[in-house]
Design a protein around this ligand. Sequence first.
Ligand code: COA
Ligand code: AMP
Length: 637
Amino acid sequence: MTSTQSRYHDVYASWKSDPVRFWEEAAREIDWIKPADKVFDAEAGAYGRWFVGAECNTCHNALDRHVAGRGDQAAIIYDSPVTGTKRTLTYAELRDEVATLAALLQDLGVEKGDRVILYMPMIPEAAVGMLACARIGAVHSVVFGGFAPKELATRIEDAQPKLILSASCGIEGARVIPYKPLLDEAITLSTAKPEACLIFQRPQLAASLVEGRDRDWSEAVAGVRAAGRQAECVPVAATDPLYVLYTSGTTGKPKGVVRDNGGHMVALKWTMRHFFGVEPGEVFWAASDVGWVVGHSYIVYAPLFHGATAILYEGKPIGTPDAGAYWRVIAEHGVVTMFTAPTAFRAIRKEDPNATLLKGHDLSRFRALFLAGERADPDTIKWAESVLNVPVIDHWWQTETGWPVAGNPIGLGALPVKYGSPTVPMPGYVLDVLDENGKPVPPDTMGSIVIKLPLPPGCLPTLWNADQRFREAYLSVFPGYYTTSDAGYLDQDGYVWVMGRTDDIINVAGHRLSTGGMEEVLASHPAVAECAVIGVKDALKGEVPCGFVVLKSGVNRPPAEVETELVGLVREKIGPVAAFKLAITVGRLPKTRSGKILRGTMKKIADGDSWTMPATIDDPMILSEIGEALRGRGLAG
Ligand code: COA
Ligand code: AMP
């Protein structure tokens, strides 16, 4: 479809002329227990609140409301090449499982507003756990399995969960990763302790249970089932929290992004048809993990709100068993639309550049590929287009927004593609680009990308127990705007170009990580005097972290030995997901005369980009030393 046929401009204009009416109409797609007194209350919350006074239940909208017409339709298809398992849960079966687990959670003392942490691999029980919390008004907080005990402990400390749901192990390719020892260590490290843990024992590995605290998931559920008990949906306020999802901030302390119930449902439901172009009953696949926002929004919630079928895939794009894994899943389950991070396609392309493994797979039902989570490089998009022969859509959003800020809305009719740009803002978002003084810059000029307040439904109303941090981090930087911490520009046609972060967040294989957090870990090593971590370009993962350390004077150990320890320390304290494999010892770090480390210039040198000597540099010689050290490791091109 060409731009003249796209309804995007009309729909965006109609939203802009009356945002409240737009979202009021979108809200008709949701079953409310009590409608809102005010669709938008500008006086409430940090920038206003959506659907104030409304009562609803997220689990009802995901499951119960569909059981009448779609009871026998697949709600979730679990496909796990790493265990050789496939399992389909219909809407009726999933509702039944969720209502039973929800009754068990109530038995364990979980009430509306209580937090429940999930530290789970990609198995159906993870989704069942999230939905069971939603059913009884408990607030779930899923922690990605690739995080180390210390990171999990920080989240336990902050969320103070009454209960933790976990499993005996995760499976990473061919490796079985015991989760239970990580959970036990995290609980030991945290001063806040859960009252109970429910552990799903997987056949690949049995976990030992702590007496008095841990319960066997399957046994406990069987008990509730035998008693014939199920929990009904508990009414909650639209503005009550549905979940807290921790994401990397600029320090080692993650930010607990809060998602409410009402706005979340309205926004996600809207995106399924109008953005992704998916109809109820169709199969939608987000190849991510429930530990990330993509997993929350597009593995679990949005497809279910929409009456679609979601795929829950436990595997990798390559190696499980090969680079044809995605094609098999698409063909076998009749996927119409898939969503993943560009890094997955870079991995497939590297293994199978001519996509020979596509042969024999019937992809005739497949209509579009969506990429997000990191910048989609034009090369990867073009390769995917050429092998799949369907539109490949780059779209841009964040944990904080919960749904796409900008993209090419296939559901409204696609706009012309500009490679490297995630296209245009969605209804709900007015984007501006500001200079450091907060003044809008002309088109095609780089600056900070900001969203005009108020944020639309579904975006975070605040941070968990940290209203002040929320205001300071997002709302006070440029008054009247939400700051995305992304840098880029708007072009003459209103397309947005997202080029990088303005803070110390890096994107490693689509995973959001804080270099500040890694620096805290490196600095804790007794031999390290000072350090700097930057993200350097990587052909597969987009970016990987690289740490520079200056050893304390008097430390006479071989630098290589310390570097190995530092790599191990980041893995131990943050987790394998950080992919921290490169620590480089240098004599000094380049700084400005006021003592600020020149990370930006170091990054340009490491990436082999052109760079200029900063006027404020203290000692220009240090940059050539850095370049030399990088070349010694095969970097700096
Ligand atoms: N539990 C435990 N460990 C985990 C984990 C989990 N849930 N997820 C990842 N890890 C580990 C990996 O095993 C790996 O450990 P290693 O250093 O011992 O090999 C490390 O964390 C890094 O994982 P990952 O970033 O997945 O790298 P990889 O080299 O294993 O795979 C890709 C690279 C590109 C195949 C992979 O990143 C991928 O499939 N990406 C898809 C995109 C995606 O899921 N994005 C999420 C946001 S949309
Ligand atoms: P996360 O909160 O993990 O979803 O990460 C959000 C960040 O990832 C954004 O702020 C961007 O820096 C980056 N990002 C996500 N999608 C895109 C995209 N399509 N293009 C460029 N950057 C992106």
